[in-house]
Design a binder for this molecule. Sequence first.
Ligand code: TRP
Length: 338
Amino acid sequence: MRIVSGIQPTGNLHLGNYLGAIRNWVRMQDDVGSSGGECLFFLADLHAISMPHVPADLAANTREMVAALVACGIDPARSTLFNQAQIPAHAELQWLLNGTARMGWLNRMTQFKDKSGKNREGASIALFTYPVLQAADVLLYQATHVPVGEDQKQHLELARDIAQKFNNDFGNGAGIFTLPDPIIPPDAARIMSLRDGSAKMSKSDPSDMSRINLTDDADTIMQKVKKARTDPEPLPAEASGLAGRPEAANLVGIYAVLADSSVEAVLADYAGKGFGAFKPALGELLVDRLAPINARFVELRQDRAALDAILKAGAGKARALAAPTLAAACDALGLVRG
Ligand code: TRP
């Protein structure tokens, strides 16, 4: 089993990022390690330039994301942790795959339509061919499994289509690329804003009270939970009783994921109790789970030398893993490389 996944570097990391993607990666690293498989996790900095961006922010966000991943439990000694930009083979293989990917396939990608919006003519070529780079990211390492959110499923299917067509057209029966399977977490935790249970927790929400940042200390976390929006009803005994109560559902959901429990089990403990009792318990649980992450994150994010060393070591490992596949692809296409 070889697991490969990427994440775009963003700043202001919060509980939603942790419980959404990062915690899932940490679990896979721990599970796969015990079964002899391996994990490669990378910062998709090359993808980040497909949209207008501020160069200094991209560099800072890339390092900040490495600090967050390590603080949350990604161990650079066990997983290969790197940023795309240090492995030229990602961009090289993308070009090779551009010969195989079809305009019609890319025209069907919903993320391009969403991100380009009304301004399709003004969108970058990189935004259009973004899914081909994503295919290169995973095919380069012969990934067998790719953990992604539901929104990336279409890109993974495209990666499989590209791999299959390349194998058919140029493989002479040999499988140059492994067809990767997506792993979409069934219980993908959707963490909502603490101020509005219908909006996702987001770094771009103007209210800092809407989210729990990985940089928040214990007092701040307790305050934010205490001030979180709720309704006046006590907690129900059954999950169905949370219908139409998005704020309550969000808080119970956060509790359940952090406690490695289920919404039903949490409600069994708190049924009939009000938020005056539930919020302090949730606050303490959050502090308990986030305090160690916060401590490592706050320390590591300012140690630029350590972060760069982690990326450099990861890039070395990744380049070695990528080389044979890139060579085989060039060979299959008839590209002469000395
Ligand atoms: N497009 C993915 C996202 O926005 C990030 C990504 C880039 C990725 N390359 C990847 C995910 C390869 C999985 C595998 O979430």
